[in-house]
Design a protein around this ligand. Structure first.
Ligand SMILES: C[S@@+](CC[C@H](N)C(=O)[O-])C[C@H]1O[C@@H](n2cnc3c(N)ncnc32)[C@H](O)[C@@H]1O
Length: 254
């Protein structure tokens, strides 16, 4: 891959598989986010909202959600998922580096470790500043990252059966591993098989950068966030410990 190869594209097959693998309401983060956001006075933005997996249950629970995402394919699935439930949801196609929602939010959430898809330190800090600028004074940022051990994670081949019977497959290989930049790129191949024939294939390059706990605390403080707190595995108030699968940061715009 070259420096200009598009990364973290979430194209058609990848988006379809995301929605099959993690349908609306799946994973363990729903109660945590509902608990943290309930009773907030004002709208909430989900950065990189994807298929609406979490956006939609939060909207159904009465949180005034809006979302942005760079992938047109993920946003199309999100819009379909919302419409199927009769929900009206503002969605904007934009990236972490250029989103401009034109309003201030009571909270911004970045669930499912999407923040690590910003694979460069300075770009990550710039995104934190952009989050700050989209928060009302006193507004809250809630952001999840995996622990540093995620850098070593190995993918295993997986497959799914689509509703029309197609077999969808995914396998992943390490393309770049740079422990100094805390960055890795995986080359992921997605395939669609129908009646025993390969009918579609897609290559995606997934680039991510892992963060240390103190490093992210300092980055948040450096762009003007206060009250920075971290807990482990969605247990508010319980400091992170070895073995936690997810680290949950919260911070407040002064
Ligand atoms: C792991 S998914 C999370 C989706 C959703 N937030 C959830 O919790 O299920 C990551 C999302 O990040 C989006 N994404 C990747 N790079 C992005 C970027 N630079 N700017 C905005 N969105 C991006 C992808 O399109 C994808 O929808």
């Amino acid at each position: 891959m070259s420096d200009t190869t598009e990364r973290n594209r979430y194209g058609r097959l990848c988006a379809e598989i995301y929605d099959l693998d993690k349908p609306v309401g799946s994973l363990f983060d729903g109660p945590y986010y509902q608990g943290r956001l309930k009773g907030l006075d004002g709208p909430v933005l989900e950065a990189a909202c994807g298929s609406g997996r979490l956006t939609i249950p939060l909207l159904e629970a009465g949180v005034a959600m809006e979302g942005f995402d760079r992938s047109a394919e993920m946003l199309a699935i999100c819009a379909t998922n919302a419409a199927a439930r009769g929900l009206d949801l503002r969605l904007v196609q934009a990236g972490f580096d250029d989103f401009d929602m034109g309003r201030a939010y009571a909270a911004i959430i970045v669930p499912a470790s999407s923040f690590i898809l910003i694979d460069d330190f300075e770009a990550g800090v710039a995104a934190l500043a952009r989050f700050r600028d989209h928060l009302a004074p006193g507004g809250q940022l809630l952001l999840d990252i995996p622990p540093m051990s995620f850098f070593e994670a190995e993918g295993r081949p997986r497959s799914w059966r689509a509703e029309n019977g197609d077999l969808l497959t995914h396998e992943s290989q390490i393309a770049v591993s740079d422990p100094i930049a805390q960055r890795r790129v995986n080359r992921d191949r997605y395939e669609r098989w129908r009646d025993g024939r390969l009918v579609e294939a897609e290559i995606e390059f997934f680039a991510y950068r892992v963060w240390g706990v103190k490093e992210l605390e300092m980055a948040l403080a450096s762009v003007g966030f206060g009250e920075v707190e971290v807990c482990g595995n969605y247990r508010t108030g319980r400091p992170p410990k070895t073995g936690d699968g997810i680290l949950n940061f919260s911070a407040r715009r002064a």
